[in-house]
Ligand binder design. Structure first.
Ligand code: TMP
Length: 207
């Protein structure tokens, strides 16, 4: 009941992950749970430095293999320096994206397989997986509206609409393949309703 839990939020751009992480952290803190909120790429000093390498520059700055290695390296540092120590002291960790983003973005095309992404994860992060992963889904129209409102234009965010559609399908496929870990949450709804749906997906572990 009181074991630390590692929870991740996944999905395409503009699905509201960061809003939900903040709301969830508050809801868990209100239940006297120590919470660490973090994100990928990033979440430790080394991983944030790698994030800058990944997010800045032209689309072709990295070839597919180098990019996959950089995400895996950032994740390894994040796991070793932030996530494992937090879980070891009993804190819950809420993370905005994790290895499933690498599986969807790097492993979803570009010549890198899911098995290869998972092999990098075994080496880099000793295959750490979340206890629960929430896939936030929004309609394509809603995602476009939110992205326009946010004015996103970093290197990773500059992808065409058909890419976003393939990505959404890939996330749904991963969720369906591992139903014990994943919960799919419709995120077109108002933010408080989405938070309630996520909390319902954690009910078995909540005090
Ligand atoms: P975000 O901060 O908006 O979530 O941006 C992170 C970007 O990096 C987003 O476009 C997804 C991408 N990404 C990957 O391609 N692979 C990964 O492993 C992670 C964590 C993120």
């Amino acid at each position: 009941m009181n074991r630390a839990r590692f929870i991740t939020l996944e999905g395409g751009e503009g699905v509201g992950k960061s809003t939900q992480i903040r709301a969830l952290a508050a809801a868990l803190a209100a239940r006297s749970i120590e919470v660490v909120t973090t994100r990928e790429p990033g979440g430790s000093a080394g991983a944030e430095a790698i994030r800058t390498l990944l997010m800045e520059g032209n689309d072709d700055r990295w070839d597919a293999r180098s990019e996959a290695l950089l995400f895996a390296a950032a994740r390894a540092d994040h796991v070793a320096r932030t996530i494992r120590p937090a879980l070891a002291r009993g804190a819950w960790v809420l993370c905005d994206r994790f290895v499933d983003s690498s599986r969807a973005y790097q492993g979803g095309g570009g010549g890198i397989t899911d098995a290869e992404v998972l092999a990098l994860h075994r080496f880099g992060s000793e295959a750490l997986l979340p206890d629960r992963t929430f896939l936030l889904t929004v309609s394509a129209a809603e995602a476009a509206r939110r992205l326009a409102a946010r004015g996103d234009s970093d290197r990773m965010g500059n992808k065409p609409a058909d890419y976003q559609a393939r990505l959404a399908a890939r996330f749904l496929e991963m969720a369906a393949a591992e139903p014990m870990r994943w919960r799919v949450v419709e995120a077109d709804a108002p933010a408080p309703d989405v938070t309630a749906a996520i909390l319902a997906g954690l009910a078995e572990w909540l005090p």
